[in-house]
Design a protein around this ligand. Structure first.
Ligand code: PGA
Length: 255
């Protein structure tokens, strides 16, 4: 198994372009020693171009927090896939629970976005996760299975070769209550099994499954020690470069 871990920072609606560039520059310097790990940051749209320049000589990937599926036209306020690639993005977060909760995104629109991302050479980071109520009523697998089935409908294993899934239990996002490593591992194992059944073992083995929800410097090592946890999608703890660099360097001594 040779999945290189990915530590991804989702900056959400934070940082002006100047602030974002300063953070990105600090992160580049602080992660210069990182090895055997990939990093990604997803600033707001308005900071993408400036951050791309700050990351130009570094291996840190640039991601967007969303995209629209049409190529161009009368869609006021939306951002097309080619605008992201032209701004320097290689990755795009799709279907974050905040998008689903506050902006009416559904599995059907997630699917359109995933299709548009892969058609344009962007790596989709597809977010799925259950509510507390769903977990307590034992429906987690049902909910995640539905999200994956509909979100990835009509896509082939070939098209999904670069797919990244982020498992983000809604009850863990921004709450300080991360899933335990055992709970996250069991859920990731279910997700990989689901991908195997739907798309075959080759793809299931390739797909990075990130855990997201209150990841911090105290819990990252235990999470990353689990065989099906291939990285983290980090919100709050990605905003300060010093903290996020420690997450990226989780596998180096002294961290
Ligand atoms: P958090 O957010 O790390 O602040 O919990 C994670 C996310 O929403 O991706």
């Amino acid at each position: 198994m040779s999945r290189i871990p990915l530590i991804a920072g989702n900056w959400k609606m934070n940082k002006t372009p100047d602030e974002a560039v300063k953070s990105a520059q600090a992160l580049v310097a602080l992660t210069a020693e990182a090895e055997g790990v990939e990093a990604m940051i997803a600033p707001p749209f308005t900071a993408l171009t400036a951050v791309a320049a700050a990351l130009a000589d570094s291996p840190i990937h640039l991601g967007a927090q969303n995209l629209y599926w049409e190529a161009a036209g009368a869609y006021t306020g939306e951002i097309a896939p080619t605008m992201l690639t032209a701004a320097g993005c290689s990755h795009v977060i799709i279907g974050h629970s905040e998008r689903r909760q506050y902006f009416n995104e559904t599995d059907a629109t997630v699917n359109k976005r995933v299709q548009a991302a892969v058609e344009n050479g962007l790596v989709p980071v597809v977010c799925i996760g259950e509510t507390l109520e769903e977990r307590q009523s034992d429906s987690t697998q049902l909910v995640l299975g539905d999200q994956l089935k509909s979100g990835l409908a009509d896509l082939s294993a070939q098209k999904l070769a670069g797919l990244i899934v982020a498992y983000e239990p809604i009850w863990a996002i921004g709450t300080g209550q991360a899933a335990t490593p055992d709970t996250a591992q069991a859920t990731h194992q279910f997700i990989r099994g689901f991908l195997q059944k739907s798309f075959g073992g080759k793809l299931a083995n390739l797909v990075k499954i990130l855990y997201g929800g209150s990841v911090n410097v105290d819990n990252i090592k235990a999470l990353m020690a689990k065989p099906d946890i291939d990285g983290a999608l980090v919100g709050g703890a990605s905003l300060a470069a010093e903290t996020f660099s420690r997450l990226v360097c989780f596998n180096l001594d002294g961290n």
